[in-house]
Each structure stands twice: as C-alpha cells, then as structure tokens.
Design a protein around this ligand. Structure first.
Ligand SMILES: Nc1nc2c(ncn2[C@@H]2O[C@H](COP(=O)(O)OP(=O)(O)OP(=O)(O)O)[C@@H](O)[C@H]2O)c(=O)[nH]1
Length: 379
C-alpha cells in the first residue's frame, strides 16, 4: 500500500517537473496554461532539434548540425530555467529565450536552406508561438524584427547572405504567406485574450454573487462560512476568545406590510450600512437570513461583544431611515454568545439564537447574552 503511494507521489512529482515547472500559486489560470505550453514546447523543441542535429552531423552537414545542437541546448536551458523553482520570473525569461532562440534558428534555416532547401517551411511556427508566449505587442515586435532580417537575407544584393538558391517568386510568396500567418496569429491571440478576459470577469461575477448578498452587498450565509471556519480554528489554536452575535430586525413584517417590499429593502440596506460602519476591520457581519444578521467578532469575549451589540442597538434605534416621505425608526434584537473551546461553533450559534429568541420575548430592542440565559429566562 505504502509502496503504491510512494510510486504515485513519484509519478506526480515527475509529471509536475515535466509539465508544470515554473507554475506558482499566485499565477492565474491563463499564466498556468501558458507555462504548461512553454514546458511542452521546450521539451519538444529540445528533442526535435537534438534528433535533427545528430542526423545533420551524421550526414556530414556539420554547420547545420552544430546550429541544431546549440538550439537543442538552448531549449534545454529554457526548461532548466523553468525547473529553477527560486527564479521569480522564470515564466517570463524562459519564453523570451525560447522565442529568441527560435528566431535565430529560423533565420539560419532561411539563409542556408536546411535539408534540401526545406528550411523556410519551419518559419511558420514562429508567429503563433511568439504571439502566445509574449503577448500581441511583443509578439508583433519579435515577428516584425524577424521579417526585417528575412527581407535583408533574401534580397541582399548578389544573394551574398544566402547559402541556397531560391527563385524570386518563392522569396516573395514566402514573405507574403508568412505575413498572412502573422496577421492570423495576432488576430487569434487577440480573440483568445478577449475571450479569456470575458470568461474571467463572468466567473468573478458569479463567484461574488455566490458569496455576497445582492441587496445589502454584505457576505451571505455561504460567504461568511469560510471566514467562520478560519476564525474558529485560529481562536481554538491560539486560545483566543471569539464571539458571535445574531441580530434580527424587530417587526420587520410590519415594515413590509406598511411600506411594501421595496420599503423593506430600503430598511435592510440601511441596517447593513449601519452595521458595517459600526464594527472593526477584523470583525465581519453577514446577512444570515431574510432580516437576520450575524456578527463574527475575533479576539472578543462575551462581555465585550455584549457591550458592542448594545452600542449598535442604540445607534440603530437613534438613526431613523427615510422610506418614501416617512422617517422610520428601526430597532433590532441581539443574541450574544462566546465560542467555547470544548463545544465548538454550532453550540455558540445555537446559544446566540436562544439569547436572540429571549430578547424578542422580553419585548424586543434588547441585547441578551448567552451567559445570562438561565437567569433572564426566569425573570
Ligand atoms: N423587503 C424584504 N423583506 C424580507 C426579505 N427577506 C425576508 N423578508 C421579510 O421579513 C419578514 C420577517 O417577518 P417575521 O419573521 O414574522 O419577523 P418580524 O416581523 O421581524 O417579527 P419579529 O422578528 O418577531 O420582531 C417577512 O415578512 C419576510 O417576508 C427581503 O429581502 N426583503
């Protein structure tokens, strides 16, 4: 069993170093995908140029062989840079090197013709690779530079820079078809980037909608869950107090009945803004349900949480809200409980709920703490 696990983790590590080297946690999805392609390109480039290089040496084409073997080494170096985990910008340096290396290799193939004059066929690899690795701006710059060198090599007087004989038509058509591929690659890269931005924006919007309440812009029940778990674990680990306060607007149904649902929504927004402005930066408040709110107060014991709840209660009661022409005074009831290390969060929430229920029972517009539940219930 353990052996299989070891084998699994070895395969995983091998896969990571092969495909994902250079990926960091802070990288977004697009950058990660790019790094995967850079890794693959470096490996494939290194292998192909190595095989072609050995073949060229064996067939006594020494210069082509050396150029290909040097290129293979350069591709290998790019892979090495990606594998260097401490290099911060490896995902920028490696592709820049890859494109430069590719560019020089292609220029050599254009100038010398490669095997049986087929060298120029490889240059069409450059535009899509340069656009994808370097983005449109630098991609166009790279390819533009490459074309300028190509024109110089192909049309230099007396073919002084050429080691092979191309017809005039071939040279012109080679450049025209290369320019067409460059244009299409730039257009494709632009569309790809635009689609990616749109999809990212939509996904961020959906993520926000899933975690935040659309009306009040506060975290919703699902949104605060992650924070609660994090704060609960921290409080338990560091043995620090943590309190929760459940709050429910008083007689909210009447607000809806008297001022309509829109009036009710204005009140909910007013309460949310007031609550938000009343807490510290490390505290959080969420819309827990319809007209119910939950405060999470790290490093706060029940006594201090009760003092804060009382302050908020008074502030709300003294801050009327305009609903249409009416200035409306809104009150709320609060239940406070401190997290007990032995019992956990659910117990604290249940106690806060009981305290809130008691605050309602005792006439509303009140703060009740969990520790006073027994004594107050008897009064
Ligand atoms: N306008 C508006 N009303 C809501 C929303 N969510 C829940 N409500 C209303 O909130 C009201 C809650 O009423 P109840 O649970 O009876 O409580 P209450 O009237 O506040 O009475 P107490 O809590 O006992 O003081 C219901 O009428 C719900 O329809 C919302 O998003 N907007």
């Amino acid at each position: 069993m353990k052996q299989t696990q070891n084998q699994h983790s070895r395969i995983k590590r091998f896969y990571h170093s092969l495909i994902l080297s250079g990926c960091r946690e802070e990288h977004d999805e697009d950058t990660r995908r790019k790094i995967v392609v850079i890794n693959l390109f470096a490996i494939v480039g290194m292998s192909i140029t190595l095989v072609l290089g050995i073949n060229a040496v064996l067939t006594r084409d020494d210069i082509l062989g050396i150029v290909l073997l040097v290129s293979s080494a350069m591709f290998g170096l790019c892979k090495g840079i990606l594998l260097h985990s401490k290099l911060q910008h490896s995902h920028v340096i490696a592709p820049a090197m890859l494109v430069t290396c590719l560019m020089f290799l292609m220029l050599y193939l254009v100038a010398q013709g490669g095997v049986a004059g087929t060298g120029p066929l490889w240059i069409f690899v450059l535009p899509p690779v340069a656009m994808f690795f370097s983005g449109i701006r630098y991609g166009v710059l790279f390819v533009g530079l490459f074309m300028a060198f190509c024109i110089l090599i192909l049309f230099y007087p007396d073919d002084a820079l050429l080691g092979v004989n191309y017809s005039h038509e071939f040279r012109v058509r080679l450049l025209l078809s290369f320019a067409t591929v460059t244009f299409l690659s730039a257009f494709y890269e632009h569309s790809r980037q635009t689609s990616f931005t749109i999809i990212r924006d939509i996904s961020e919007k959906f993520e926000r909608q899933a975690l935040f309440d659309a009306l009040t812009q506060l975290l919703n029940r699902r949104g605060i869950q992650k924070l609660i778990t994090h704060e609960t674990n921290r409080a338990q680990r560091q043995k620090e107090p943590l309190s929760v306060v459940l709050c429910d607007i008083d007689r909210f149904k009447q607000v809806n009945d008297n001022y309509g649902h829109d009036g009710g929504d204005i009140v909910l927004e007013h309460v949310a803004r007031l609550f938000e402005s009343a807490i510290r930066k490390q505290d959080a408040v969420a819309r827990w349900g319809g007209e119910e709110f939950l405060f999470v107060l790290p490093t706060t014991d029940e006594t201090n949480a009760t003092i804060l709840a009382e302050k908020i209660r008074q502030h709300l009661a003294n801050t009327p809200v305009n609903v249409g022409d009416t200035s409306l005074t809104v009150t709320a009831s609060f239940g406070v409980a401190e997290l007990q290390l032995s019992s956990g969060l659910d117990q604290a929430l249940s106690l806060a709920d009981k305290a809130l229920y008691l605050a309602k029972e005792k006439g509303r517009n009140k703060v009740v703490s969990a520790s006073s539940l027994g004594t107050m219930a008897e009064v």
